[in-house]
Design a protein around this ligand. Structure first.
Ligand code: ASP
Length: 330
């Protein structure tokens, strides 16, 4: 019999740590009230998968997470992964921004050991809660050797997603997590099965290491519509180093917003065209002459992940061509 893996489970709050008044309260409940020991203690078979150690790092809904939270989670996970007596890390997390934290870890951790981020759409107290099974599945994924070298993973609803692609795509249903090119695999009866691997560079193959990141530059997002006023662009870019402009369709820019965005670029703000459609590619020099205006495009990234990527890229360069290359590689 092979020895069980040593897995550290980090609690940060969210619905998976939530509690409702009654089992019928699937969507009305207090978030972030159960401690990680309590959550793990309610899954008796979890200890059969691995030697578990629990740590409560945060206890808050993920809608509150800012760059400081990302750095705190990343630094703690990196410390744990560096230890010989830790084989993998599972992070329980609110689902609202799980896709951003997971992508940040995917790009900044320097380890092949499995890191799995997991949440739930219903609190453990609700009927048909997904909390226990999602966490059990996440542990199963983290303990398994086939999960090594895949970067950070998000487990939900029996599926294993790459942190790069996964997005919360429904506000209340259990089946809320989607990756535009499909999940990497499934988890069934406590074992993962993979059918594909992440194609874009991550973890050991990126230039960003969590251990050297002290602070993160300010990158903001603006969601565009025809009546958006030019003043909104200047207000939001006043102190920002980057702006993800979430345009209509293929990152289109209304005529009256072209000058404000060009002004922002002239002031040194890196303007990146994204799309509010939720999927697809924003083609560089397609809908707008990006090269002439000094603008960038996201490739296929959704705005909230493009913000993470630009934030990291700006820790190393201000060169427009180098920044565009980052969007094509990660
Ligand atoms: N508001 C919660 C959070 O993201 C929702 C959830 O966990 O599903 O922390």
């Amino acid at each position: 019999m092979t020895a069980k893996a040593n897995i550290v489970v980090i609690g940060t709050g969210g619905t998976i740590a939530g509690q409702g008044k009654a089992s019928v309260n699937t969507s009305t409940y207090m978030c972030s009230v159960l401690g990680i020991d309590e959550i793990l203690g309610s899954i008796p078979h979890a200890g059969e998968l691995a030697n578990l150690r629990a740590e409560q790092l945060l206890q808050t809904g993920s809608e509150n997470f800012n760059n400081t939270h990302l750095l705190a989670i990343g630094n703690r996970v990196a410390e744990l992964l560096a230890r010989n007596d830790v084989d993998g890390v599972v992070i329980t997390h609110g689902t609202d921004t799980i896709e951003e934290t997971a992508y940040f870890l995917h790009l900044t951790l320097k380890s092949a050991k499995p890191v799995v981020v997991v949440g739930s759409m219903r609190p453990p107290s609700a009927m048909s809660s997904d909390a226990a099974l999602n966490l059990y599945d996440a542990l199963a994924v983290a303990t398994h050797p086939s999960s090594r070298g895949l970067g950070t993973l998000v487990v939900a609803n029996n599926e294993i997603h790459t942190a790069r692609d996964v997005v919360k795509s429904n506000s209340f249903k259990l089946d809320a997590f989607r990756s535009p090119y499909g999940a990497l695999g499934y988890v069934i009866e406590g074992a993962p099965r993979y059918y594909r691997r992440p194609a874009r560079a991550h973890t050991l193959d990126t230039p960003w290491s969590i251990t050297t990141l002290r602070s993160l530059p300010k990158v903001d997002i603006v969601y565009a519509y025809g009546a958006l006023e030019p003043g909104a662009i200047s207000a939001i870019t006043a102190n920002a180093r980057g702006l993800i402009y979430v345009g209509t369709g293929n990152g289109n820019v209304a005529s009256h917003l072209i000058d404000p965005l060009r002004d922002a670029a002239r002031r040194g703000v890196h303007v990146v065209r994204a799309s509010r459609t939720g999927s697809g590619i924003v083609l560089h020099n397609g809908a707008q002459p990006d090269h002439e205006y000094g603008w960038l495009t996201v490739d296929d990234q959704i705005p909230q992940k493009a913000r993470i990527l630009l934030t990291l890229a700006l820790t190393q360069t201000d060169d427009t061509a180098a920044l565009q290359a980052v969007f094509e590689r990660y």
